[in-house]
Design a protein around this ligand. Structure first.
Ligand SMILES: Cc1cc2nc3c(=O)[nH]c(=O)nc-3n(C[C@H](O)[C@H](O)[C@H](O)COP(=O)(O)OP(=O)(O)OC[C@H]3O[C@@H](n4cnc5c(N)ncnc54)[C@H](O)[C@@H]3O)c2cc1C
Length: 344
């Protein structure tokens, strides 16, 4: 049995109290939300904070405000809250689908949106117990000097494995971060670094308090996830796509995001731009799919063959765009997901 290391536990009731606790502590004090990632990581000694600060009793982090002028989602909403709430449809379908595809029902009941956005990066050489990692002299991400995926690399290549981040980036989300010295708003697309160790620009004294979305009138969105088991597994490649259409079906705005193909979600800018002013027909879809696949450079550090995962990128962009133009994709969806999903 793997045991948790000793730690101090704090449980603030307000955001103000929470940021006071984090102030000046550095990474040795970590926020604990659902604990579904952080606690297993602590058991494997991948993360060893001296103090855990629970966000469970901070009520102000659980709000949902959906209005014509935009939406605000508290960081401590659970993934079940989002997946099962019919208000997260139409424009926000990609978020509901991504939330529904994380892990298992039990985990989604605990797991939070904020925890999913701040999720640690993953790698076959890192997500192992302490003795396993010790036997290979550890790895660059934790306690070692060598990246076993790319031994010449000075940079850790652990993979961004969050499901909701690509979906929310496709929806143009921003996040609000609070610390004792104030608050700041960051486009979610800019929150991440392509670096497996320093993968997030959140400072250790900051709490990700809420996700902000502009109005999504006229937008449609969808999320496609590759994983070995349909019942539960981390993504090893994902595609989120969102588009706003004119009444004639011409794409007025679009965002395609590729997840789990690098240490951060990748915005497929050229692919998205190639759709503007066009309808979604076989030619425009094929062009966007090829452009998106070009930026996906998966490495051999998760499940499945890396060259195949790259090919799946183009396939998923094709599925996603066909779905956005109104095709019935349930056969493809079932073959990939094997899981009932929220539909718009
Ligand atoms: C078996 C299994 C399968 C899984 N499958 C998936 C999957 O398919 N897809 C997926 O995306 N994830 C998966 N996960 C990982 C995890 O369950 C989810 O990512 C979950 O959403 C994490 O949220 P949490 O609230 O439990 O985060 P926690 O574990 O509490 O925290 C995760 C990280 O975020 C930080 N944090 C949490 N909240 C905040 C906040 N508000 N502000 C600042 N920092 C914060 C913590 O300090 C920690 O670094 C899986 C986990 C398990 C055990």
């Amino acid at each position: 049995m793997m045991r948790l290391p000793l730690f101090e536990f704090r449980s603030p009731r307000t955001l103000e109290e929470a940021v006071r606790i984090l102030d000046g502590q550095g990474p040795s004090t970590m926020p604990l939300a659902g604990g579904t990632d952080l606690l297993p990581n602590m058991k494997r000694r991948q993360q060893v904070p001296r103090t855990l600060m629970s966000l469970r009793h901070v009520e102000s982090l659980r709000h949902v405000q959906l209005s014509d002028s935009g939406s605000r989602l508290g960081a401590c909403l659970t993934l079940t809250d989002i997946a099962e709430d019919p208000r997260f449809r139409n424009g926000m379908t990609a978020l509901a689908q991504a939330s529904a595809l994380v892990a298992t029902p039990h985990i989604r009941n605990m797991a939070t949106l904020g925890g999913n956005l701040c999720l640690d990066t993953r790698c076959n050489y890192y997500d192992q117990n302490y003795e396993w990692r010790k036997a290979i002299n550890f790895c660059l991400k934790k306690d070692g000097n060598t990246c076993w995926v790319a031994t010449g690399s000075s940079k850790c290549v652990a993979v961004s494995s969050t499901d909701t981040a690509p979906a929310l980036i496709a929806l143009g989300a921003r996040v609000r971060l609070f610390s004792r010295s104030g608050e700041r708003e960051v486009a979610l697309a800019d929150l991440y670094n392509n670096d497996g160790i320093n993968y997030i620009k959140r400072r250790p004294d900051e709490i990700l308090a809420e996700v902000l979305l502009d109005p999504l009138h006229g937008w449609k969105s969808t999320y496609w996830k590759l994983r070995r088991r349909g019942s539960f597994d981390f993504p090893v490649l994902s595609v989120a796509a969102a588009a706003r259409f004119s009444t004639q079906g011409v794409v007025e705005d679009a965002r395609i995001v590729v997840g789990s193909a690098a240490s951060r979600p990748l915005v497929a800018g050229e692919a998205s731009k190639s759709l503007l002013g066009r309808s979604l027909n076989p030619e425009s879809i094929a062009e966007a799919a090829a452009l998106a696949a070009r930026i996906a450079k998966p490495l051999d550090n998760t499940d499945f063959d890396m060259t195949w995962r790259k090919r799946v990128t183009a396939e998923f962009v094709t599925y996603a765009l066909r779905e956005l133009r109104g095709n019935d994709m349930h056969v493809e969806r079932e073959s990939v997901t094997r899981h009932p999903l929220p539909q718009s």
